[in-house]
Ligand binder design. Structure first.
Ligand SMILES: Cc1cc2nc3c(=O)[nH]c(=O)nc-3n(C[C@H](O)[C@H](O)[C@H](O)COP(=O)(O)O)c2cc1C
Length: 332
């Protein structure tokens, strides 16, 4: 059985990849992911704010005597969860890429172009096989138009692509008015892969303390539906590879994503819940399903249920929504 796949130009032994999570903060965990069968590992993100903060500190040391330092640092949000700065990140990345044989993908998380994107080149020099770029941007400024927001994604991608020769994947959220067109523009701007979809950690309200509280819930298997839809719609229509990230709790979700057209299927929440060994369960489950259904290769499965190959493409569109509402029987 041939499980091989090509993802963002990287040859992977199978499509199951460990996505960005705090587990990759430890070298030992990265080695365990390889032992458990991960085809590649995406490291946790290094944030633009971390890089800028460190750069500001360095600049201050070089221009000591100015008293603007404390003030300028206060512009940066306090990220208490940051366990490491860029140096530590690059050092871990270097050690990880030396320690494992599978591709290690560095993750950058930012929203503007500027000097910080140079860190992508440093990731490449540290041995990263690719960069995953996560533009986690909430357009709360009411003056920003959809086009402005799209341009921001394109600018950050172009800046990162310009500083590295390794492949660059773009991790997106689904909240564009024309997600397909955004995907097409990123594809044309040179994205080697699209990772669908980032989850926004929507804040909640604490009604006792009347405070806005951040929350970081693990996903559920139901959350595969939005990425599944867009992977099925995009399959075969753009050059960039497609990775699915969201809601993979069993081989069934991985199979669905592959049938929709994914080149790689990623997991974080279920791995955090069940442990790194969950990767083995996924790979074994995928093989078992393929054997049972008579598939000889992942290539043969990929996109078999995409919009392009579906006998009824309207299944992905408005017509099916109307059909479903029509047939819905409320429980009495
Ligand atoms: C605790 C936690 C930490 C995460 N950290 C990152 C991160 O540093 N960078 C990133 O791009 N995504 C991060 N993610 C998102 C995951 O990589 C993944 O895309 C998302 O959780 C959806 O996949 P899942 O349903 O398998 O969890 C994190 C998710 C969780 C739950």
């Amino acid at each position: 059985m041939d499980l091989r796949t090509t993802y963002m130009g990287l040859e992977l032994k199978h499509p199951i990849v460990a996505s960005a999570s705090p587990l990759s903060e430890k070298l030992d965990n990265i080695k365990r992911m390889e032992d458990a069968g991960a085809a590649a590992v995406v490291m946790f993100s290094l944030f633009e704010e971390q890089i800028k903060k460190e750069n500001a500190a360095i600049e201050h040391l070089m221009e000591s005597g100015t008293n603007s330092f404390a003030e300028s640092l206060s512009y940066f949000p306090e990220y208490e969860d940051y366990d490491s700065g860029p140096e530590e990140y690059l050092d871990l990345l270097r050690r990880a890429s030396e320690a494992v044989d599978i591709p290690v993908i560095g993750s950058l998380n930012g929203t503007t172009r500027g000097g910080w994107v140079e860190t992508a080149r440093m990731m490449q020099e540290a041995g990263a096989n690719g960069i995953e770029l996560n533009v986690y941007f909430i357009p709360a400024d009411l003056e920003l138009s959809g086009r402005d927001v799209e341009q921001r994604y394109l600018d950050v991608l172009t800046a990162v692509k310009g500083s590295v020769s390794i492949p660059v994947a773009m991790k997106l959220n689904p909240f564009f008015s024309a997600t397909g067109h955004m995907a097409k523009q990123l594809d044309e701007a040179g994205a080697d892969a699209l990772v669908l979809f980032n989850r926004f950690y929507q804040p909640d309200f604490d009604l006792d303390r009347l405070e806005v509280v951040p929350n970081l819930d693990l996903s559920t298997p139901h959350e595969i539906r939005v990425p599944l839809l867009w992977i099925a719609v995009l399959y075969g229509r753009i050059q960039a590879s497609l990775a699915a990230t969201r809601g993979v709790y069993s081989a069934a979700e991985a199979v669905k994503y592959l049938m929709a057209g994914a080149d790689a299927v990623m997991t974080t929440s279920a791995m955090l819940k069940h442990g790194i060994g969950f990767l083995t369960t996924l790979v074994d489950g995928l093989q078992a399903w393929m054997a049972e259904k008579g598939y000889k290769s992942v290539e043969q499965m990929r996109g078999a249920m995409s919009r392009q190959h579906c006998t009824d493409p309207s299944a992905f569109e408005r017509a099916n929504y109307i059909k479903i509402l029509d047939s819905y029987e409320p429980e009495r």
